[in-house]
Write a protein that binds this ligand. Structure first.
Ligand SMILES: O=C(O)c1cc(=O)[nH]c(=O)n1[C@@H]1O[C@H](COP(=O)(O)O)[C@@H](O)[C@H]1O
Length: 243
């Protein structure tokens, strides 16, 4: 992003916090703490399995200024994926995730079902997978090649974006020009990597063209989550300005 367009509020809008917490009470408390510091809340499997769609309605009611990203990583036959998307449509979420590895027909069906309001994000290759994990799973291509192929499929299907690691941003941008890249596996310099394999710092991911960053433990596991989010925003801004 050119220097004159990079602003702190723009970086905050592009920071998504993963609410990987066990219940609605913890989710609402984290959202209240982080409003004004992040731009979107991600509701994923841990919280959704515990609380169901009601937690999305509750978050929308209690923190209406933050959009919701419903991360269910749907991976099934098209009829079943479309049913889940139909059920999700009334929740008013900004994004929903599906696995890109299902192929073009699956992605197209999901995009058609989601309509204009709900953006379908195609998860390319999980950031917890390295080359060895892909080989174990039977893939003959390296993660970066798979990501780029799947990003091209996602673009052809009309997806709102892809989920990829920061390490594939350049490849995705050239294979699927214009597609929004949503990047998890974000780790500030020196932070614990945990189960993530393909990681990048916030600033580098923004410099390389990420549209949104998804961050969980480096924010929620910090002694002061709002300060941790602010530090990530500062690094994002530095990355945007260095670009
Ligand atoms: O779809 C996702 O959001 C996702 C895709 C992916 O490839 N890797 C990945 O880590 N995620 C999610 O991003 C979040 C990352 O959390 P932290 O590793 O704690 O920052 C988790 O909620 C994951 O479910």
């Amino acid at each position: 992003m050119p220097l004159h367009l990079a602003s702190e509020s723009e970086m905050r809008r592009r920071l998504i916090v993963a609410l990987d917490v066990p219940d609605a009470r913890a989710a609402v408390a984290a959202a209240q703490t982080l409003k004004g510091h992040v731009g979107m809340l991600k509701v994923g499997l841990e919280l959704f399995v515990a609380e169901g769609p009601e937690v999305v309605r509750r978050l929308r009611g209690e923190v209406p200024e933050l959009e919701i990203f419903l991360d269910l990583k749907l991976h099934d036959i098209p009829n079943t994926m479309c049913g889940a998307i139909r059920s999700a449509r009334s929740l008013g979420c900004r994004f929903i995730t599906v696995h890109a590895g299902s192929g073009l027909a699956h992605l197209k069906a999901c995009v058609a079902e989601a309509g204009a309001e709900l953006g379908v994000l195609a998860v390319t290759v999980l950031t917890s997978q390295d080359a060895a994990a892909c080989a174990e799973a039977g893939h003959t291509r390296a993660p970066a090649e798979l990501v780029v192929m799947r990003a091209a499929l996602a673009r052809a299907a009309g997806c709102a974006g892809v989920v990829c690691s920061g390490q594939e941003l350049a490849g995705v941008r050239s294979a699927a020009p214009g597609i929004a890249c949503v990047v998890p596996g974000i780790r500030p310099a020196g932070a614990e990597v945990g189960d993530q394999k393909r990681v990048m710092t916030p600033g580098q991911a923004v410099a390389d063209g990420a549209a949104y960053l998804v961050v969980g433990r480096p924010i929620l596991g910090a002694p002061d989550p709002a300060a941790a989010a602010d530090a990530i925003v500062a690094d994002m801004l530095a990355g945007a300005e260095a670009n």
